[in-house]
Write a protein of this length. Structure first.
Ligand SMILES: Cc1cc2nc3c(=O)[nH]c(=O)nc-3n(C[C@H](O)[C@H](O)[C@H](O)COP(=O)(O)OP(=O)(O)OC[C@H]3O[C@@H](n4cnc5c(N)ncnc54)[C@H](O)[C@@H]3O)c2cc1C
Length: 495
């Protein structure tokens, strides 16, 4: 059978592209090396508990929101619960919310830092001006494209700007700068694209963050279901080994089993190095070859999964706690890039069973701790020797548990029924993201907006989807990349 489109990988990007193309009647086939759809967005069960392998929340799920609209387009209707209880703890101060969303967070900042009120208001205004331009971008005509620098002044102006430059220009104190830097990124303010921050705050988390009933994995399963209902195929435990080309044109994919699957269009939902250096016969196009080695990839993560006996204290925890003990974000990043993990690393604790009790047996809670981590820690986690690897993994897990016990949940260790952990090596093994890069390509000014690799490549019929391409990382970012890719393919077919 010849397919219209073969998609390599069932991450958010691949699934979204597949669901949109299948809905328009194209014959699509997705190849997934793992045993379930979703890439990073999967859940697993252990001793009656449901844990999400990686993510903690998703934005844009309010009616008409970015993600809700995408899901609705492919007839996926899920129940999302709003995350309202949030506690961000910084050295010397904290911000607790009972109603989530960027706007509520900003109001709290104004109350805590009245002397910074003018700066906060200017920050808000700049963010919303950029948001309006990003929104207008989706329906842009060729005429408006020609007038881009005039019509999209803020996008042009802030394209090279880092978040640090904006924070320094608007605020005096370091505390408020820190409070505005607890974002889902792995690079520090000096390297973070301000346009990305503005887009994220405007389009994704302005109305708050959400959690899907049943766990993160239901999102991927629902998208896979949408593809299959429309006749699309998904083959699990099937790994792509080569993307075939003739001249400068894609002709199909070969699996590691040697099966040749013909298709004039291939979407790669895997990393840039894998796509261009390993899968593509003939190697990367010259325009990309040099850039490939110079890209900055995001750091990885270390995750601890805890089954915990519940009690009044556990029941009164917020859904989301951000705990930062180090004030110097730049120094913390330098340590991580050197392959070190700080003694008291910044971490996130989430308790999804507080808003979805079906995730843990009665009287217990599913707790997850996450901390940004380097792949290079202790000689790449001693990954070549199973016992040493387990020992390093356990040492870091205990470090995070002890940190949480001393700062957030006294007596935690006595309440733990079991624990498990995932290292950057685990993330790499399951998803093929090199070095367990949690967000794919880092969102620096040089790798965001028009500087990020486009969804269409210079090889005819080869497209990209996922967190290494436009627009960005994250569940919504990767899903949106899938929609960009699908729409480009459809518009080309339609003339
Ligand atoms: C610890 C952690 C926490 C996170 N928290 C959040 C969060 O709270 N909210 C949020 O929005 N985002 C979060 N993210 C980021 C988000 O999950 C990712 O940016 C996004 O899901 C990436 O999607 P993707 O489409 O790029 O595909 P990926 O998830 O990278 O999936 C790629 C897929 O391709 C498959 N594959 C690889 N190679 C092959 C091959 N040769 N043949 C066939 N299949 C192949 C893999 O098995 C995998 O299924 C988090 C990420 C991590 C790691």
């Amino acid at each position: 059978m010849i397919y219209d489109v073969v998609i390599i990988g069932t991450g958010m990007g691949g699934l979204t592209a597949g669901a949109l193309l299948a809905k328009r009647g194209l014959k699509v086939l997705l190849l997934e090396k793992g045993s379930q759809p979703g890439g990073y967005v999967v859940s697993f069960r252990k001793e009656g508990f449901t844990f999400d392998a990686t993510g903690v929340f998703v934005g844009g799920c309010e009616p008409g929101g970015e993600f809700e609209a995408l899901l609705r387009e492919v007839d996926v209707h899920l129940e999302f619960k709003k995350i309202n209880t949030i506690r961000n703890i910084y050295p010397g101060f904290e911000i607790a919310l009972r109603s989530g969303g960027f706007n509520h967070y900003i109001e709290r900042l104004k109350a805590i830092f009245p002397e910074e009120k003018r700066g906060i208001e200017r920050y808000e205004r700049t963010i919303s001006r950029i948001g309006a331009e990003v929104k207008a971008l989706s329906g842009i005509t060729w005429y408006e494209k020609a007038l881009f620098p005039l019509l999209f002044r803020n996008l042009v102006r802030f394209s090279p700007t880092t978040h640090e430059a904006i924070l320094n220009s608007l605020f005096k104190g370091n505390e408020i700068k820190m409070a505005l830097s607890s974002l889902p990124v792995t690079v520090p303010p000096s390297q973070l694209s301000f346009l990305f921050v503005a887009t994220l705050l405007n389009k994704v988390i302005s109305e708050g963050a959400y959690y899907p009933r049943g766990g993160m994995g239901v999102i991927s399963k629902a998208l896979a279901g949408s593809i299959e209902r429309r006749g699309g195929g998904i083959r699990y435990r099937t790994e792509a080994a080569r993307i075939l080309t003739r001249g400068n044109k894609v002709t199909g994919v070969v699996t590691t089993e040697g099966e040749v699957i013909e298709a004039p269009t291939v979407i790669s939902n895997v990393s840039l190095p894998q796509t261009f250096q390993r899968l593509l016969s003939g190697g990367p196009p010259s325009s990309l070859a040099r850039r490939l080695n110079r890209f900055e990839y995001s750091l990885s993560n270390f995750i601890v999964y805890l089954g915990v006996r519940g009690d009044a204290e556990l029941n009164s925890l917020p859904f989301f706690t951000y705990l930062r003990s180090i004030s110097d974000l730049e120094e913390e990043y330098r340590m991580l890039r050197k392959g070190e993990i700080p003694e008291n690393p910044t971490l996130i604790m989430v308790v999804p069973s507080l808003i979805d009790p079906s995730l843990a047996p009665e009287g217990t809670h599913a707790v997850k701790l996450l901390s940004i981590a380097p792949y290079g820690y202790r000689n790449e986690w001693n990954k070549t020797d199973r016992r040493s690897y387990q020992a390093v993994k356990e040492e870091v897990a205990q470090r995070l548990i002890t940190h949480v016990e001393s700062r957030l949940i006294p007596g935690l260790k006595r309440k733990i029924l079991f624990h498990g952990a995932a290292t950057p090596v685990t993330l790499e093994r399951y998803t093929g993201n090199e070095q367990g890069a949690m967000y794919g390509l880092a969102t620096t000014p040089r790798q965001f907006g028009r500087h990020r690799p486009p969804n269409r490549t210079s090889i005819k019929g080869l497209y990209l989807a996922g967190h290494y391409t436009r627009p960005a990382h994250g569940i919504v970012g990767a899903a949106t990349s899938g929609s960009f890719t699908a729409r480009t393919i459809l518009s080309k077919r339609n003339g």
